[in-house]
Design a protein around this ligand. Structure first.
Ligand SMILES: [Zn+2]
Length: 278
């Protein structure tokens, strides 16, 4: 993000190319003149607080403003899975990321902090590539409610810290494009958790299309489920972790050309949220 002071400098520098910036410009050594920024980066759009001031929850974009769809990929790794990774289990999926790049598909990766620690080079590459943005899927991938697909539950007083620790892990890995969106492990949440997380300032992102790629072995079935369920503005949940979602890359290679044939344009979640708040 560009600070107001820096933005002013950039605007003045741009203006100075045509005319003086202000009536009495201070002399500047040539090496201190900034190159003009033609477009200032703006912060990612977020939703206003939900009912009763709760953390807002986003499920899909507008249905009536063109055929856009956001593919989202959860880069899951649980805090307790370090031993399994050390033993050779792969929680990453470089071929999937390569396919997205080759197909030029923008995507939002919901990364756990633990994943970024295990695969810092990949986290950094994803978080610096113009196609992608990195959102928060917790540090530990522990549950934020008591009953969530058998995941260990996070004590309430550690929830906020778990989210902050994931953001810190992204920065540590060198991720640049971090967006203030949060996806609950397993998607599990309730009103009390949405209230407890208000100070975190995140927009929660759920989905309206479940790809069914978790533990799937039939890429065609995953692809068909997505193709059957996508509507304009959809958010599709998939995974970027080979051990738990081994068919995702093949499914994506089937899904992308078919949706493009139908006139769909792939976007990141930030664009869908931006379309809602505009
Ligand atoms: Zn997950």
């Amino acid at each position: 993000m560009i600070t107001p002071a820096r933005r002013l400098t950039a605007v003045c520098a741009l203006g100075a190319a045509l005319t003086a910036c202000g009536t009495a410009p201070a002399p500047q050594a040539p090496q201190t003149v900034r190159r003009p920024a033609l477009t200032a980066p703006s912060p990612p759009p977020t939703l206003a607080p939900g009912p009763a001031g709760l953390t807002p929850v986003f499920r899909h974009g507008p249905r009536t403003r063109g055929r856009t769809v956001a593919l989202t990929f959860d880069a899951d790794m649980t805090a307790g899975q370090g031993g399994r990774a050390a033993a050779g289990e792969r929680f990453d999926n470089p071929r999937l990321v390569a396919a997205l790049r080759r197909l030029k598909v923008p995507a939002t990766v919901f990364m756990t902090g633990r994943w970024a620690e295990e695969y810092p080079a990949q986290a950094r590459a994803i978080g610096r590539h113009p196609l992608f943005e990195v959102a928060n899927h917790s540090y530990s991938h522990y549950a934020f409610t008591d009953d969530c697909y058998g995941l260990p539950a996070l004590p309430r007083k550690r929830m906020r810290a778990d989210i902050d620790r994931a953001f810190a892990a992204f920065r540590e890995a060198g991720v640049r494009k971090i967006v203030p969106y949060f996806r609950f492990p397993g998607g599990c949440h309730d009103r009390r958790v949405l209230k407890a997380l208000v100070p975190a300032g995140v927009t929660v992102v759920q989905w309206d299309v479940v790809s069914g790629d978790a533990f799937a072995t039939d890429a065609d079935a995953v692809a068909q489920q997505v193709l059957d369920e996508v509507r304009p503005g959809s958010v599709v949940v998939m995974h970027c972790t080979r051990s738990a979602a081994p068919t995702t890359e093949r499914a994506v290679r089937r899904i992308v050309p078919k949706l493009r044939e139908r006139g769909y344009r792939f976007v990141r979640v930030s664009e869908l949220i931006g379309a809602v708040v505009r």
